[in-house]
Design a protein around this ligand. Sequence first.
Ligand SMILES: C[S@@+](CC[C@H](N)C(=O)[O-])C[C@H]1O[C@@H](n2cnc3c(N)ncnc32)[C@H](O)[C@@H]1O
Ligand SMILES: Nc1nc2[nH]cc(C(=O)O)c2c(=O)[nH]1
Ligand code: SF4
Ligand SMILES: [Mg+2]
Length: 207
Amino acid sequence: MAHQVPDDGTLLPLMEEFYTIQGEGYNTGKAAYFIRLGGCDVGCHWCDVKESWDAELHPLTAADMIVANAKIHPSKAVVVTGGEPLIYNLDYLTAKLHEEGIKTFIETSGAYPLSGDWDWVCLSPKKFKAPMQNVADKAHELKVIIFNKSDFEFAEHNAKLVAPDCKLYLQPEWSKNKEMAPLIVEYVMNNPQWEISLQTHKYLNIP
Ligand SMILES: C[S@@+](CC[C@H](N)C(=O)[O-])C[C@H]1O[C@@H](n2cnc3c(N)ncnc32)[C@H](O)[C@@H]1O
Ligand SMILES: Nc1nc2[nH]cc(C(=O)O)c2c(=O)[nH]1
Ligand code: SF4
Ligand SMILES: [Mg+2]
């Protein structure tokens, strides 16, 4: 049985929250408070946070408490991730963060409809559950994970779904880094509308 998560977004299954440096994509290198919500049914076999998948393992937590924890940190930016955060209604959380003057960033597969008011949307679409067009429309950044050669085609397919000014990133799947990095380098040199995103926090050994 799933948690009875109220649909007003006042209670959310919280896996962990931590203050760190955004490791990936356009905002790489910027300090941010991360909020990781539990629950995901997309099923990426290479997912680096499988412990997040079962929402039941993660306590329902007041969004007000999450905001109170976020606001004591020096960076006024929050990254909401998961799991798949868009399973939940994030309107209440982002409204409260904005009331505190905190910028709202999201990491999402786009598999669920967009909720919340976002200063930055990172869409990382997955073959296993296609992204919704209303998320693609709002994406500031498209970040495609390259696990094998066929993922370049998947990346181009998704690039057609996002707005013309959306930033385009290719990010090696961590375990295939050695194999895929040279192919990504070559691809970006030939297709310079794309840029490379690395999971820099893993090189730095920080969360
Ligand atoms: C764990 S996911 C959580 C947010 C959301 N479910 C999603 O997939 O976008 C956060 C980011 O990590 C990326 N990611 C997950 N596992 C990865 C891996 N093994 N190598 C590289 N990136 C990975 C995802 O594509 C996504 O951009
Ligand atoms: N430092 C750091 N940056 C990140 N950017 C996206 C992450 C995520 O798991 O969503 C992540 C993460 O887990 N850690
Ligand atoms: S969508 Fe995100 S959290 Fe879900 S399995 Fe894929 S990478 Fe992991
Ligand atoms: Mg991560």
